[in-house]
Design a protein around this ligand. Structure first.
Ligand code: ADP
Ligand code: MG
Ligand code: ZN
Length: 623
């Protein structure tokens, strides 16, 4: 799918400021050289008395005048090019009276009282004073406008106002300038869509709601992990609700100028009120909506001011007028409680990671935009991508298309998509990696170890692929397990089995080579995490029963947990974690020792083929 273009800002001028000054200078110089001399002060050529007479004889002179102050003749005559030009003679000889008579009697020559060699005083004033100043003002205007653009404020209405820095950089999507995204582009997320549809409906027909006396929430907060389509949903709302849509990102409030954030909030709401009914969308609201923790020194005063302004504005605007505030975040727990109280963001719409059906739908939506080779089993790909977000799924489809292009094909096949699933999960194949035969053997046994332990236990997801082709992520090989259906709950037994499977790789190394390698570091990390969660969060031990010993700090971003128990308890937890993993490890060792012949056979085949599919694996296992 093509990324929706949202940046409508005109690109800031790249030319340095002095560029404009130079242009101004050149313009002035040109005006001076070409226009002004003729207009301000006429070019007057001094000629001798002889020449003057000759010119009269040649009938070139048309007008003459006597300049009393300077005691000289000024006259207009045709120059060599045949154009009228101004001439003067210098001081007139004493017996000039005779010549004057002669000139008066010449019918071709008009005698003027005077011939002005200066342009009109008003004209010269305008040209020498007013015009340059005007030009400089114009240039200053252009420059300041360029600056405003550079600083991100380009609203209509900024015309003629050089100080528009405080204007919010809200992009306005109105009916004709729509985002082009509709609800059809957002797959899955049915509940979220329903919730937002209500908002859209309200904006279309406020009367329907007013009749019953129903008030729409002032603010709707979209929360969920990154890449689940929160921004996309907001854009879809913009596309569907034929009302103006103001969109701004939280980080845009946090600007370099002190006080600008608050000013922007004020301006944004002012505009929204003018354009009501409309929607205001604040993306990544956690950038300004963080809890105010009163940590005095070093606290972010600027951000707090912005937040306070936002709170004040939210109270200020009239919900019946039809301004709906939409916001998105993936850190709801860090938001200031004042933002979340009723009357502010009183509706929270969870936008969770997609389930199996959701993943399938998202894959299909994005699959529409690429040329597919026949039918693609989206179900299989959706199953292989448990836990993937919408953005990752979009990426998988795109990677598949890229692979098809790389292989010089015109269409995307299912194999492309399968490969891209692995690329997104484990990185691209690293064909250039040089791995010694000895290491390759270890990797093969390690992976078969995982697969065998998984297969020997009930309640564990079937193995679908084993490979020892190294990946750019650093994995030297991996075993893929894919659940058949949707999996929402895990029993204690399943968790234990999973830990055992994770230890299976290392166990195989021990059984076969009687030595261990660093290759299991990732397995160890995962196994420890699971074992700890079992004890501290899932309440799966007798000793601690249903007591939460850890709390998850940010649910949507990695889900880090922080310990919430006494030091003694923590020590006991650590001991229990070690014990749990140890037990699982023993179990894995037992399974592998019992099946050592199979381990050798499978590892041998994997070494030969480098990749085994799930079916091949099962066939070999059951031989
Ligand atoms: P976030 O929740 O982090 O704001 P986005 O809305 O920016 O995520 O999603 C990023 C991209 O992932 C979207 O542009 C879209 O291509 C894809 N995507 C995410 N969720 C969905 C979905 N439910 N349906 C279709 N595409 C999706
Ligand atoms: Mg987003
Ligand atoms: Zn492993």
């Amino acid at each position: 799918m093509q990324e929706v273009k949202e940046d409508k800002k005109t690109t800031p001028p790249k030319k340095p400021l002095f560029f404009y000054y130079i242009i101004a200078l050149i313009i002035l110089m040109l005006l001076n050289a070409l226009l002004f001399p003729g207009l301000l002060e006429r070019q007057v050529t001094q000629v001798s008395y002889d020449t003057f007479l000759t010119m009269i004889d040649q009938d070139r002179v048309s007008q003459v005048a006597w300049e009393t102050d300077e005691e000289q003749m000024v006259f207009i005559a045709k120059n060599e090019a045949g154009q009228d030009a101004y001439y003067k003679t210098g001081v007139w000889p004493d017996d000039g009276q005779r010549l004057l008579e002669q000139l008066r009697s010449n019918e071709d020559i008009t005698f003027e009282a005077s011939i002005p060699t200066q342009a009109s005083p008003l004209m010269s004033f305008i040209l020498t004073w007013v015009l340059p100043i005007f030009i400089f003002i114009l240039i200053g205007e252009v420059l300041s406008r360029a600056m405003v653009k550079r600083m991100g404020g380009n609203l209509p209405g900024g015309m003629g106002n050089a100080m528009t820095f405080g204007k919010a950089n809200a992009k306005v999507y109105v009916e004709e300038a729509q985002t082009g995204v509709t609800f059809a582009d957002v797959a899955g997320q049915e509940e979220a869509k329903e919730s937002l549809l209500e908002v859209v409906d309200f904006l279309h027909e406020p009367g329907k709601y007013a009749q019953i006396g129903a008030k729409l929430p002032k603010g709707v907060l979209l929360v969920g992990p990154p890449g689940t389509g929160k921004t996309l949903l907001a854009k879809a709302v913009a596309g569907e609700s034929k009302v103006p849509f103001f969109s701004i990102s939280g980080s845009e409030f946090v600007e370099m100028f002190v006080g600008m954030g608050a000013a922007k909030v004020r301006d944004l709401f002012k505009q929204a009120n003018e354009k009501a009914p409309c929607i205001v969308f604040i993306d990544e609201i956690d950038a300004i909506g963080k809890k105010r923790d009163g940590s005095g020194m070093g606290g972010n005063d600027e951000r707090e001011q912005t937040l306070n302004q936002l709170l004040a504005e939210m109270d200020g605007f009239d919900a019946t007028k039809g301004v709906v505030l939409l916001a998105a975040t993936n850190r709801p727990e860090s938001l200031d409680p004042a933002l979340l109280r009723p009357g502010r963001f009183d509706r929270r719409v969870p936008v969770e990671l997609p389930d199996l059906e959701g993943r399938k739908a998202i894959l299909k939506v994005h699959g529409r935009h690429v040329r597919l080779d026949g039918d693609v089993d989206w179900d299989a790909i959706a199953r292989a991508t448990a836990g993937a977000s919408g953005a990752e799924l979009a990426n998988i489809v795109n990677e598949g298309a890229l692979r098809a292009v790389r292989m010089d094909r015109k269409t995307v096949t299912e194999a492309d998509l399968e490969e891209s699933v692995e690329t997104v999960i484990a990185g691209a194949q690293r064909k250039s990696a040089v791995i010694s035969p000895e290491e390759k053997k270890i990797v093969a046994y390690h992976e078969i170890g995982h697969a065998l332990v998984a297969a020997a236990q009930t309640h564990s997801a079937p193995v679908t692929k084993i490979t020892i082709v190294p990946r750019t992520s650093g994995a030297l090989g991996y075993t893929m397990q894919v659940d058949q259906g949707e999996h929402n709950l895990m029993s204690r037994e399943e968790v234990c089995n999973k830990i055992a499977t994770l230890t299976g790789g290392r166990a195989a190394e021990e059984v076969v080579f009687h030595s261990i390698t660093t290759g299991a570091s990732n397995d160890i990390e995962q196994a420890t995490k699971l074992a700890r969660a079992m004890i501290t969060r899932y309440g799966m031990t007798d000793e601690f029963d249903m007591v939460a010993l850890e709390t998850v700090t940010n649910q949507y971003l990695g889900g880090d947990a922080s310990l919430a128990c006494a030091g003694e308890t923590a020590a006991r937890v650590d001991a229990l974690v070690v014990e749990t993993v140890k037990q699982a490890h023993q179990k894995a060792l037992r399974i592998l020792r019992e099946n050592e012949d199979k381990l050798h056979r499978l590892a041998g085949r994997l070494l030969e083929q480098e990749t085994l599919t799930g079916e091949e694996f099962m066939a070999l296992l059951n031989e």
